[in-house]
Design a protein around this ligand. Sequence first.
Ligand SMILES: C[S@@+](CC[C@H](N)C(=O)[O-])C[C@H]1O[C@@H](n2cnc3c(N)ncnc32)[C@H](O)[C@@H]1O
Length: 233
Amino acid sequence: MNPASVLPGQRDKQRFVREMFDRIAPRYGLVNSVMTFGLDRRWRRLAVRSLGLPVGSRVLDLASGPGEICDVLGTWEYRAIGMDLSWGMLVARGQGSGQDRVQGDAGYLPFASAAFDGITCGFGLRNFVDPATVFAEAGRVLRPGGRLAFLEVSVPRSRVLRAGHGLYFRHLVPRIGALLSDGTAYRYLPESVAYLPSSDEIADLLDRAGFVSVAIRQLAGGATQLVCGTRRS
Ligand SMILES: C[S@@+](CC[C@H](N)C(=O)[O-])C[C@H]1O[C@@H](n2cnc3c(N)ncnc32)[C@H](O)[C@@H]1O
């Protein structure tokens, strides 16, 4: 590993991630909007729309952060519950947001099997210690036919876009983050792409966790990806 890297080792990752998000929670939403030129809101709306579930469906939002996806789930009249490792993120918009939320690790879900109709997750996958365990847990708590929609950063496939994106993501984003929030956290962001499973690996992990009709869609020229799947009946 690069000695100048901020990435923690596997054993320290959960603590590092929790402490980092606790630290950046107060300005998380602001930095996100600036960094993505406001596109993050559009991506979250797309993820929720892709669930295609009836009104009143029960949806668990993993790695919910301050609750932006839960807000969108609410506008679709879904019954949303947010779950996040970082207490700071969960209460970043105040303790009385009116949203149902629980602090915990997405790899050990404190819910009964088949308890949910849908699962969403925005930009959490890279941060999990073991994505396979999270997908397996998602498969367990989703009812057969239930839907999953995960958003995550990605790397554009086109060489030209990849070069431009690399410049922005690896050089400008850490500077913007350091200016507005926390230097280490926004160096971690581009470096943590190294933790991301490839599209093939994601599809394979989802297959093993009991998902079918897995589709991975590139957004914003490939800077972001939306992973969807259906729990096998
Ligand atoms: C980049 S933020 C995303 C927040 C929000 N979903 C969004 O769309 O902006 C990643 C979130 O994942 C949470 N997280 C990381 N590891 C987790 C885990 N093992 N279980 C639950 N949440 C986790 C972090 O605390 C953080 O709030």
